[in-house]
Design a protein. Structure first.
Length: 267
């Protein structure tokens, strides 16, 4: 099997930065080698350099998306950082019976746990009222898993038992060890392909946006562009939530901090 040289790794660092704005640390060389090794055989190329030339040639758009999927880190679980969902609940309750649907965007949705967690809160707090949750991600592979709504039971440690009973079905037979999000909830959550480092799909305006645990993968310049694009889809007075280990780039206009990792759009 071909080995990934330092020069080739540097080229893949550039590739994923150009494709998704992600800055791969030098410590990720083994990860890149491991995740792409099988693709060399599948594409019948002899080296990582040849595989990269294939990706850049424009002749294999499906393979290019597959490479982006493989080099994108997707780690999430239900009700991650639960204080954010408590905040969502308070905001929804305060806004109850307001005009229009309450809309939430999971801007780095991964396999969908964040989006479905928000949907459970909205369905619980707004019975019979309109609401919508939209999820986007750069990885087509994880979006397929999100739309399916099937998860291992190991992902349930933070999911409230009341929500588990109301919104999840336990798998049996060949599906043992998994859960399925109920069809009623899945039908009210939509997932779309979207690159935060490029032109986003037209999704409308949102009352609250989750942009959590994704800024850490971008450099400062890319972070600023991502935040500005996301804020353009947030209503005045709407909330932007980021990860607790993250900070917004300095000099972002039209936003004020309300609490650690919580910001309000002011303009």
């Amino acid at each position: 099997m071909a080995s990934l040289t330092e020069q080739e790794f540097a080229q893949f660092q550039r590739f994923i930065f150009d494709a998704a704005g992600i800055s791969l640390a030098s410590s990720k060389q083994a990860l890149v080698s491991g995740r792409l090794a099988a693709r060399l055989s599948a594409c019948r190329v002899a080296s990582y350099s040849e595989y990269l030339r294939l990706l850049r040639s424009g002749r294999a758009p499906a393979e290019l998306q597959r490479a982006v999927d493989l080099l994108t880190t997707n780690e999430t679980f239900f009700f991650r950082e639960p204080e954010h969902f408590a905040l969502l609940k308070r905001r929804v309750v305060a806004r109850a019976h307001g005009p229009g649907a309450f809309r939430v965007w999971s801007a780095a949705a991964s396999s969908g746990e964040e989006a479905y967690s928000a949907a459970m809160v909205l369905e619980d707090c707004l019975p019979g009222e309109p609401w919508e949750v939209v999820g986007t991600d750069v990885s087509v592979r994880v979006l397929e898993r999100a739309r399916a709504g099937i998860y291992p039971l190991a992902r349930l440690s933070h999911l409230p038992k009341g929500y588990l009973r109301r919104f999840c079905l336990k798998g049996v037979g060949e599906r043992a060890g998994t859960l399925l999000i109920t069809q009623r909830l899945r039908e009210k959550v939509s997932f779309h392909h979207g690159n935060l480092n490029g032109q986003l799909p037209k999704l409308g305006l949102f009352d609250l946006v989750f942009l959590r645990n994704v800024l850490i993968y971008f450099n400062f310049e890319t972070q600023a562009g991502v935040v500005e694009r996301v804020l353009a889809s947030l209503k005045p007075g709407g909330l932007l939530l980021i990860g607790h280990s993250e900070n917004l780039p300095e000099a972002i206009p039209g936003v004020k901090p309300l609490a650690p990792s919580v910001f309000e759009k002011t303009a």
